[in-house]
Design a protein around this ligand. Structure first.
Ligand code: ZN
Length: 339
């Protein structure tokens, strides 16, 4: 399968993030992409460097103030007396207050959902390059190639139109879906990451032209906590175009596949003409996040069902954290998809 990836994506390397009140090493590290790419190379997939995509593809999904914050916020942050080398918010508007502050500290709280999306001096070029990989894959599929894979890192599915969260800054899957909408009337995003794709859901929640489906660990006891419940079905024109399929913690292949089958029925009923797969590999039984127990063979079967939809498909890398099997799981997925 055609793969898009840029070494520029490795420049974002936040060394720590806050977990249960303690600073911990950040698991969303460049080595994730390096491991995935090495496995793709070994399996014979052709990896191409994406060209810089049009700014309009990103602006079609993300708020202008947010993009300015992502690009220029770090330099302003470093001008603050005593500021750390990473932007980490320490104040958040309660339930999205209307005011937009001038202070970069206030803006950090406004645009950052949590403390798991620190921004360093080298973050923006990498975030942008990750989106460019998704844009390149989507443009290739839009031009008629059946499927392409974007090795996006940092990931994107927790990012809203104006808010970062959970290691995500630009919503690569949403950007890809919007590009496909330039050719297809109805597009579905199918999110198989361990975590609910809350940002993607939020972006398309009031739209009836993009169906969002997510299979994930149940959020009552798992990130992102506030979204991902079965009763979130969309609003306005998007009513009925969002399907959440939460699974009990510890669920394995069979439960995951049964939920996926429900999601795929919805995709067919919706009349999707093209799909984006938000391809997390962190539902793996050996993933450090330890939420679900999908196996390597399970990823192969998940992908086979997605491939059998036989629709133009953009596969966008989301989560999946360092463990010895990370690369193998990706290769198993792509094999299953192409089978
Ligand atoms: Zn995840």
């Amino acid at each position: 399968m055609q793969v898009f990836f840029s070494e520029t994506q490795l420049r974002h390397a936040p060394h720590e993030f806050l977990v249960r009140g303690r600073w911990q090493p950040c698991p969303e590290k460049p080595e994730r992409a390096t491991a995935l790419k090495a496995a793709l190379d070994a399996a014979g997939h052709e990896v191409r460097e994406p060209v810089r995509g049009p700014d309009a593809a990103i602006a079609a999904i993300h708020d202008a103030r947010y993009l300015a914050f992502l690009e220029k916020g770090h330099a302003r942050w470093r001008e603050l007396p005593g500021a750390s080398d990473l932007i980490v918010p320490n104040i958040h508007p309660t339930r999205r207050a209307a005011a937009y502050p001038e202070s970069v500290v206030g803006q950090a709280g406004y645009h950052m959902m949590d403390t798991a999306c620190p921004i360093g001096a080298e973050s923006w070029p990498a975030i942008r390059a990750s989106a460019d990989a998704a844009i390149a894959a989507a443009e290739l599929v839009k031009a008629g190639t059946r499927a392409a894979y974007a090795l996006c890192r940092p990931p994107g599915h927790h990012a809203y139109a104006d808010m970062a969260g959970g290691f995500c800054y630009l919503n690569n899957s949403a950007i890809a879906a919007q590009i496909l909408r330039g050719k297809y009337d109805r597009v579905a995003v199918i999110d198989v990451d361990l975590h609910h794709g809350n940002g993607t859901q939020g972006i398309f929640y009031a739209r009836g032209d993009v169906l969002t489906v997510s299979v994930h660990a149940e959020p009552a006891n798992f990130y992102p906590f506030f979204w991902g419940y079965a009763d979130e079905t969309g609003e306005g024109a998007g009513k009925g175009a969002n399907l959440n399929l939460p699974l009990p913690l510890g669920s394995g292949d069979d439960d995951f596949l049964a939920a996926l089958d429900v999601g795929l029925r919805k995709v067919r009923d919706f009349g999707a003409e093209a799909i984006v797969v938000a391809l997390g590999l962190d539902a793996f039984q050996g993933d450090p996040f330890a939420g679900l127990k999908v196996t390597e063979g399970g990823f192969n079967r998940i992908a086979a069902r997605l491939g059998k939809l036989d629709l133009p498909s953009v596969l966008v890398q989301e989560g999946g954290y360092l463990c010895p099997e990370l690369g193998r799981n990706l290769v198993a997925f792509l094999e299953g998809f192409n089978a």
